[in-house]
Design a protein around this ligand. Structure first.
Ligand code: HEM
Length: 300
């Protein structure tokens, strides 16, 4: 060990008001760290609890968990974008967008594990044991949206017609696009899946919408005086990959398993899924102002 390193270690503990010798002696006895402890492998591998004996249910659970972890990575980047304060250079922002696009690409390309990698008949049996749970109830999916764009952008054209001229947050959330999955405006009936989801998460969604006000990716982007073509391209690429390509891959999978031979099966979350899941119905875009003069993001 170099003297310089020893000196730095001593200074570190002295600054904490601690005796450096105690810690250095502790190091003598400490066991080396192992991969399995650091990565928490045992915990991770103990998190799959199938409800049936169908082998592919494990594939289904693990793949959902992989998606949740990928969303966690994306939210980790988004938190840093939301907190960013220096808009004199684009480098940080561009790098973060690149990461978000890379993770979205992972979500899209790996989705084949669902589209091709499940036995059709087995899936259609074990899924019945999961009702009324649904991927719809992924809170991270909604957190990510609220970190990317002002919540008003999550109201589709039909929803906007119902809004008063200057709606408060509660009114916006009552008309947010994803309520169409479980709230029937004609009958006033709310599905169990939606009710349970809102009971658990709605307050946290509203609180996030408040805390990210003025700091969403879109609003942060607007702080660049003269954004480069490259940055604009990355913003649009992320918007398109996440809100159109991934959504369409997911819809294609739902269609394969739930709409065979023209017969529409009821989804576990009970939504009118054929209509609801189509990007054209949701009209979700994080950065709609970037697409004004084009129709690339027209959700077809
Ligand atoms: C065989 C595979 C899958 C099928 C057939 C399927 C089907 C569906 C259906 C029908 C819905 C509409 C809600 C409902 O009524 O349940 C839905 C929503 C959703 N699913 Fe899946 N899904 C699959 C895999 C996944 C995976 C792996 C994820 C990853 C977490 C996921 C995430 C979501 C999300 C986030 C929603 C809400 C989408 C939105 O609001 O735009 N799904 N899914």
């Amino acid at each position: 060990m170099t003297n310089e390193l020893l000196k730095q270690l001593k200074e570190k503990y002295k600054a904490l008001g601690e005796n450096p010798e105690t810690y250095l002696k502790g190091l003598l006895h400490a066991k080396p760290l192992n991969y399995w402890d650091y990565i928490e492998v045992d915990t991770l591998l103990d998190l799959q609890k199938p409800k049936t004996d169908f082998k592919d249910e494990t594939v289904f659970i693990v793949y959902h968990q992989i998606t949740e972890l990928t969303l966690k990575l994306m939210i980790h980047e988004l938190k840093q974008i939301n907190a960013h304060e220096d808009f004199s250079s684009e480098q940080f922002f561009a790098e973060k967008l690149k990461r978000l696009i890379r993770y979205t690409d992972m979500l899209i390309t790996s989705f084949e594990v669902m589209t091709e990698g499940l036995d059709y008949d087995d899936y259609n049996q074990f899924r019945l044991a999961l009702a009324p749970a649904s991927g719809f109830q992924s809170a991270q999916f909604r957190y990510l949206e609220l970190m990317c764009t002002p919540v008003i952008n999550l109201v589709n054209n039909e929803g906007k017609k119902r809004l008063t001229s200057s709606p408060e947050l509660d009114e916006i959330f009552e008309n947010i696009y994803w309520r169409d999955a479980g709230y029937n405006r004609k009958t006033g009936k709310t599905s169990y899946t939606l009710k349970a989801f809102e009971e658990k998460y709605l307050l946290s969604f509203k609180s996030l919408a408040k805390s990210t006000r003025g700091k969403t990716v879109w609003e942060q982007f607007l702080k660049f005086e003269d954004p480069s073509e490259n940055l604009i391209f990355r913003m649009k690429d992320f918007d398109h990959q996440y809100n159109v390509k991934w959504s369409k891959t997911h819809l294609k999978t739902a269609t394969k398993y739930l709409d065979k031979k023209g017969k529409t099966k009821k989804a576990t979350g009970g939504s009118p899924w054929k209509k609801y899941l189509h990007p054209k119905h949701q009209q979700r875009s994080f950065f709609p102002n970037l697409w004004k003069k084009e129709n690339i993001l027209d959700w077809v």
